[in-house]
Design a protein around this ligand. Sequence first.
Ligand SMILES: [Zn+2]
Ligand SMILES: [Zn+2]
Length: 343
Amino acid sequence: MEKMRAVVQHAAFDFRVELVDKPVPGPLEAVIQIEASGICAGDRIMYEGKAPWGIHDGEIPGHEYVGVITQTGEGFTEKYGLDLGDRCLAEVQIPCGECYCCRGGFYNLCDNPNGFLGGGWAEYMLLRCGAIIHRVPKNIDKLCAATIEPLSCGAYAVERAGVGMADTVVVAGMGIIGLAALQFAKLHTPYRLIALSATDASLAIARSFGVDAAINVLTENAPERIRELTGGVGCDVFIECSGVASSVSIGLDALKKRGRLAVYGVYTRNGDLNLNEISQNKELTLIGGHLSPNTMPYVIRCLEQGLVDPRPMITEVFKLDQFDEAINIRRKNPDSIKTLLVP
Ligand SMILES: [Zn+2]
Ligand SMILES: [Zn+2]
């Protein structure tokens, strides 16, 4: 069997670059040669053994990537309209296609998903049967293309929240998803756009995107600052992308009456929320968001047209063989945002 290099997970803090069998596509499947892949916050949690979904010994992680098709199984080209040499990526989850969520178009919430599609931290990756695959034009830089997955999360958070021309929009949490949400929110030209973060480095990137205010939640009173900026009223939309429960509280406090709170983060704690802000005080609208259904084609189009630019968020690029250094980068650079691996 042909071999390839890949990062294989074994146990917490024990992921190794190894020679493994190169995948072979079955019917309706394809193999892509990876050009670049990203390390996600979820991957780091998994590496540290803290992920609720655990560690799967022998599996290859990596769900943010782009690659070129090198092998196709029977019926693949007919089904997807993609052939050898075409560039593509697949969405993270393989939905069942039959439950009410899938039939309703919100397949990101599928009741019976056929697992997550990993394997991007390798030279080659199998796009399994049932994957939702998107063509990626070759004029998009490979490093930028490897960020399509997290960019799509940011775009979807904005889509869920809804952004109108008269809105003061606050995005909290300046990881790649929040920074992407800022860029996609800006495409709607809202009246005012405000970034919140706990680090000055990420706020500097937010400023470079042309936000009206960038507020450090650790050194400033964010709700008060937001009220100051809005004539005492508060913001219309608060998009929570930090994954920190106290940031949801900031949102409840900073929103104006009848404002919209969009919660996109993944939370390890529930926090202590003032629920009366939602009901009697403000009549808020609560919106959730998860993954990025029906969003990637839009994001790919935006990248192709140069409407969004992920390059300021790509803080490091490592060779696959330097995986240990890549996964531990936050020890050296606490301001790291997106770390990419290239085979
Ligand atoms: Zn991820
Ligand atoms: Zn389903």
